[in-house]
Structures are given as structure tokens and as C-alpha cells.
Write a protein that binds this ligand. Structure first.
Ligand code: C2E
Ligand code: MG
Ligand code: MG
Length: 586
């Protein structure tokens, strides 16, 4: 830099202060402005209530009314009165999204002088706000519990995948829609904290399974993402399906990994998942529609027993629509009393004086639900029990049947005396057991209507009786009330005679599919015989279901089965008809 004369140096300093992009103002202690550079004038002028720049405190009175007091309270003869104070340039922001903002520093420069340093930080504040907004919206897109993206993110990702053209990388995508099979039960039995822990561990396993897939060298850097899209629902988008069959491998790995027990505290909880799969070829509509198709396939997986995957097919759509129609009508049916109960006699086949064809008509009855549909007439249970189980209506339905049948049973005792049915069988669904305090409800019901628990028999299927510990505990609690449990439809499930001893049941009901061939198939006769023998050796009783002919009755009687049920004796009857049937001469 060439040497400057003092005048030149002074001029340069003035220029420097004059052009500085920062506002500088010197004032007396009462705020009177003694000197101000153009930038400070430019920054302060818009705020000045009367357009003058005489006194700094007056200029800022509206936006920083406390300045004067701060200076008066500042005792030292020099120092920083305030630093980086943010002052909005409009008193109330005037409804602007990003108000102009000043950064204001006030220094005491001696006993009589103040120096104000001002700068415009509007842009900086805007940037800060944008950053905050971004962080907030990122948080809104992320699930806290599982640290997974939420539904919206999954939909965006899916939409992008759907927009790819054939031949583009990632064109052949597939999605898996996962739903936990037993989270409601876990929440009810173990509390929501345990449920949350299971979900968080499940999410970790989900990520780990997908990561191990990436490590196994998936081609062309394709992507996969997992999101939590609802309480117990997750979705996985796979962008890199070289072959559609790959998705089966992924689905099976996920089923295996997620079905392993979850160690929560001292407990081992089980929570398998059901998976619905949609492949590129089956996609239509937008991302929401694809997700819906996947959830329909997931429901099919659940209907098939859960813990498995099902690939979506278009026909599932109409089945789902049909089911949701039934669900809506069934809700009305429950409220409007369209459901009623019929009773099928269960007859005694054996006994000291029963070597002939006569049977004991008072051995018992099974309560079976019917639906008096306003336009379709009487609808049989197979058309709606499954739907009711899926949508949770089974609890209201099952409890209605139980209460109605128990009341009816007590009335028969009064009406028929010694000839009244001695046992009432009622079918039980799994969801009923999962209701909190359901065992207490049953105890209270029986007590209030004066029915002896020993006369009630609840019928469960093999898949229910073989359930986990929570269900087992519940079944044992029911037995502790004094009632009995029967294993319904034996032979159609997956458990075998060898595992019969593990189930907490008192009676085995041999399924109609065996009984109907009792007289024509040697194989079926042998199976019935084996079932009766094993049941007896375990101290269990037996009932043959679906006896339609005398020949079938003769065979099951010869095989020592104590009771029978079937059209040969009677179809299910409304209560009054049952009384007539019992009283009919025979
Ligand atoms: P289930 O408990 O095994 O009941 C026996 C079914 O076999 C009844 O059908 C009965 O009508 C039928 N059946 C009895 N004898 C014969 C026969 O000789 N030949 C033929 N072909 N069929 C016979 P239904 O009433 O249609 O009930 C079907 C199933 O629906 C029941 O099977 C049970 O699993 C379920 N269900 C009925 N009512 C209820 C209920 O209140 N709650 C629950 N959870 N399930 C119910
Ligand atoms: Mg039954
Ligand atoms: Mg049955």
C-alpha cells in the first residue's frame, strides 16, 4: 500500500466507515445520536416512529422498549451493554412469514458515550427458520419408536418406483406389507410398554434382515426401504428384484427372523407376522392402491392362519369387497337383533341299556348361531364367522351366543326337569379369550343366571388349543371355573393324536369328514378307533360329529364313542322345536 498523508488516511477512514455494510451509531448515554453512518441510517429509518433519527432509544422505542432501562442499569463506565440482540424491524411482525430482523450490539465507550453496532440478519434468521422447519418435517416423517420412515415416505418411494419405465433400473420392484399377528394380545396381556418394545425389536430385526440381503450382493445397487405405516404395520419396498421369485426368499427370511421369540423382561413373547406381497405386474392405480392391494393379500395370509405370506391376485379385491359388505351388514345385524341361536342335540350313544338303536336325547345340545338376514333369509355361520373373526365382531357375536344359550339352558332345566339337556356346548373363538377379564365375565354370567359351570362346555379348535402360553393360561382359568373344554373338528387341524395330551381339553369331537366315511372306509374307521382309544387313555370323552346314517351310528357306537351329533338324530333346532324333539315319543 503506498504511503498516505494524514489527510488521505483520515479520508480513507471516513470512506471506510461510510461504506461499511454494518450500521454504526455513536450516542450519548441518553441515546441522542451524535454520529451515524449511512448503513445505520438505512437500517433504523424504517423503524423510526416519526422518521427522525435524533434519539436511538426513541427510534427503537416500539421494537426494543427496554433499551433505555438497560443502559441506566449498566453501572460500569465501559463494556458490553447488550450483544447480538435480535430486534424485529416491525413491532408485531405485521403478519409476515419472515420478518426483517436486526442484530443489535450496544457498547459503553466511556462514562458519556455509547456505540451501537447494527446489522441486518434477516437472511440468517430465514435460513435458521428453514433449517428448523426441515428438521421438524423430517421428524414428522420419521417414527420415533422404530426409527423408521412413516407411511407418507413409503408412499412417495412407491410412487417413484411406479413411475419408472421398463428397462430402467429398479423397474421390477415389489412390496411386502407386514402386519403383526398378536400385537393386540400382547398389549392387552403385557401392557403397551411391552408391545412397544416388541415393535422396536421387530423393526431392528427387519432392518437387519434387509441389510444382510444387501450384503449378500444384490445387483446394480438397487434399493430397499422399510417403513412403519401404522400401529403394527410395516411395508418394505424392494427396488432391485432381478427375478420376481427373489421376493419369496425375502418374505420367508422375514417370517423366520420375526417369528423368533422376543425377550421382554423375563418373558419370551411370540409375535409372528402375516405378509401380503404385490409384484410390479400386479400394480395398478397409484401408490395408495398398491398398498391397499398388499394389505388385502396380507389379510388373506391372516385368514389362512397367519405367520405366512400371500402374493396378491386381482380376484382378492372382489373377495375383500364382499367381506367388507358382510362386515357392515353384520354390525347392523348385531344392533338390530338379527342373530339368533339354534340348538343341535348331542345324543348319548352308549350306556347300560343302550345296546339297541335308541339314544339318550338329553345328553346335551350345541348352540349354533344363525343370521336372519332381511333379504337373504337365514345365513349359515360359515358365511360370516370368518369375517366376524377378522374384524373383531366375533367378541360381541360370541358373547351374545353364550349369554343367550346359557339363559335358554337354565329355562329348559325349569321346564323339562330331568329330561332337560344336561350339557350346553358353545363354540369359542380366539379373540373372545383375548378380551381383558373374559374369564371373570363368564364366571359372573353363570353366577347371575344360576347355571352350574359343570354343565357348560366350550368348544375350541386345535389351532386355538395349541396356542401360546397366554391362551393356555386363559383356558386353564376357564377350566378352574368348573366348566369343560372340547376339541372341535378333531382331525382337520395340524396337531396329531400324539400331541393330544398337551391340549387342556376334556372332550374330543371327531370331525364329520371322518365320521361320514366310518362305514365305507377302513382307513377312516381305524382313525376313529385310534382317536377314541387315545382320548380314553388320556381320560377324555369322545363325540362323533355329523352322523347322518344308521350305519355310521352303528360303527361309532361299536368303536366305543360315547356321544354323537348329526342329522340322523336331529338338525339344529330353534329352542321350542328342541323341547318338542326331546318330548317326542321314541
Ligand atoms: P361346529 O362347531 O363343528 O358345528 C357343527 C356343524 O356341523 C354345524 O354347522 C352343524 O349344523 C353341522 N352338522 C351337524 N350335524 C351334521 C350332519 O349330520 N351333516 C352335516 N352336513 N352337517 C352337520 P353350522 O351350524 O353351519 O356351523 C358351522 C360352524 O360355524 C360350527 O362348526 C362352528 O365352528 C361355527 N359356529 C357356529 N356357531 C358359532 C358361534 O356361535 N361362535 C363361533 N365362534 N363359531 C360358531
Ligand atoms: Mg362346535
Ligand atoms: Mg365341529
Amino acid at each position: 500500500m503506498p504511503a498516505q498523508t494524514p489527510t488521505e488516511a483520515y479520508e480513507a477512514l471516513i470512506q471506510f466507515l461510510y461504506q461499511a455494510p454494518i450500521g454504526l451509531a455513536q450516542t450519548s448515554l441518553d441515546g441522542s445520536i451524535e454520529m451515524a453512518n449511512p448503513m445505520s441510517a438505512q437500517l433504523l429509518m424504517p423503524v423510526s416512529p416519526d422518521g427522525s433519527l435524533d434519539n436511538l432509544f426513541d427510534v427503537l422505542a416500539d421494537v426494543a422498549p427496554h433499551l433505555r432501562g438497560m443502559v441506566e442499569a449498566f453501572a460500569p463506565s465501559s463494556g458490553v451493554v447488550c450483544e447480538s440482540m435480535r430486534i424485529p424491524l416491525q413491532p408485531d411482525g405485521r403478519g409476515q412469514a419472515a420478518p426483517q430482523m436486526l442484530s443489535f450490539n450496544l457498547l459503553k465507550m466511556g462514562p458519556h458515550r455509547l456505540m451501537a453496532v447494527l446489522s441486518d440478519v434477516t437472511r440468517e434468521v430465514q435460513r435458521e427458520q428453514q433449517g428448523l422447519a426441515r428438521r421438524l418435517s423430517a421428524a414428522a416423517r420419521m417414527d420415533n419408536l422404530t426409527r423408521m420412515p412413516k407411511r407418507e415416505v413409503a408412499l412417495e418411494r412407491l410412487q417413484r418406483a411406479m413411475e419408472r419405465e421398463p428397462g430402467e433400473p429398479g423397474y421390477a420392484f415389489g412390496i411386502l406389507f407386514l402386519n403383526c399377528d398378536r400385537l393386540t394380545q400382547i398389549n392387552n396381556a403385557q401392557g403397551h410398554a411391552a408391545g412397544d418394545e416388541v415393535l422396536s425389536m421387530l423393526a431392528d430385526r427387519l432392518r437387519a434382515t434387509l441389510r444382510s440381503r444387501s450384503r449378500l450382493g444384490q445387483p446394480h445397487g438397487g434399493e430397499q426401504m422399510a417403513a412403519r405405516i401404522g400401529g403394527d404395520e410395516f411395508v418394505v419396498v424392494l427396488d432391485d428384484l432381478d427375478h420376481p421369485d427373489d421376493i419369496h426368499v425375502v418374505a420367508q427370511r422375514l417370517l423366520d427372523a420375526l417369528a423368533k421369540p422376543y425377550g421382554i423382561g423375563s418373558q419370551q413373547l411370540h409375535c409372528s407376522v402375516s405378509i401380503g406381497i404385490v409384484l410390479r405386474a400386479q400394480t395398478s392405480g397409484d401408490a395408495n392402491a398398491v398398498l391397499q392391494s398388499a394389505s388385502i393379500a396380507m389379510v388373506e395370509a391372516k385368514r389362512a392362519g397367519g405367520g405366512r405370506y400371500v402374493v396378491f391376485e386381482p380376484a382378492m379385491h372382489s373377495r375383500a369387497a364382499q367381506r367388507s359388505g358382510i362386515e357392515a351388514e353384520l354390525r347392523v345385524a348385531l344392533v338390530e337383533g338379527q342373530l339368533f341361536v339354534v340348538y343341535q342335540p348331542v345324543v348319548g350313544l352308549m350306556g347300560p341299556d343302550r345296546t339297541d338303536d335308541s339314544v339318550d336325547r338329553s345328553a346335551g345340545v350345541e348352540a349354533l348361531v344363525r343370521w336372519q338376514h332381511p333379504t337373504r333369509g337365514v345365513v349359515p355361520p360359515f358365511e360370516f364367522i370368518g369375517v366376524a373373526e377378522e374384524c373383531g365382531l366375533i367378541c360381541a357375536l360370541g358373547d351374545f351366543v353364550l349369554a343367550t344359550a346359557c339363559r335358554q339352558f337354565v329355562q329348559w332345566q325349569a321346564l323339562l326337569g330331568a329330561r332337560a339337556p344336561r350339557l350346553l356346548a358353545v363354540n369359542l373363538s380366539r379373540a373372545q379369550l383375548a378380551q381383558p377379564d373374559w374369564v371373570d365375565y363368564v364366571a359372573e354370567l353363570l353366577h347371575s343366571i344360576g347355571m352350574n359351570p359343570a354343565q357348560l362346555q366350550l368348544e375350541v379348535t386345535e389351532s386355538l388349543a395349541a396356542q401360546d402360553e397366554t391362551v393356555q393360561t386363559c383356558l386353564h382359568a376357564l377350566k378352574a371355573l368348573g366348566l369343560t373344554l372340547a376339541l372341535d373338528d378333531f382331525g382337520t387341524g395340524y396337531s396329531s393324536l400324539a400331541s393330544l395330551h398337551q391340549l387342556p381339553v376334556d372332550i374330543v369331537k371327531i370331525d364329520r369328514s371322518f365320521v361320514c366315511k366310518a362305514d365305507t372306509s377302513h382307513h377312516h374307521r381305524v382313525l376313529i378307533e385310534a382317536t377314541v382309544r387315545v382320548a380314553h387313555s388320556l381320560g377324555m370323552g369322545t363325540v362323533a360329529e355329523g352322523i347322518e346314517t344308521e350305519a355310521q351310528a352303528a360303527v361309532v357306537r361299536a368303536l366305543q364313542c360315547e356321544k354323537g351329533q348329526g342329522y340322523l338324530f336331529s338338525r339344529p333346532l330353534v329352542a321350542d322345536d328342541l323341547v318338542r324333539w326331546i318330548n317326542a315319543p321314541h
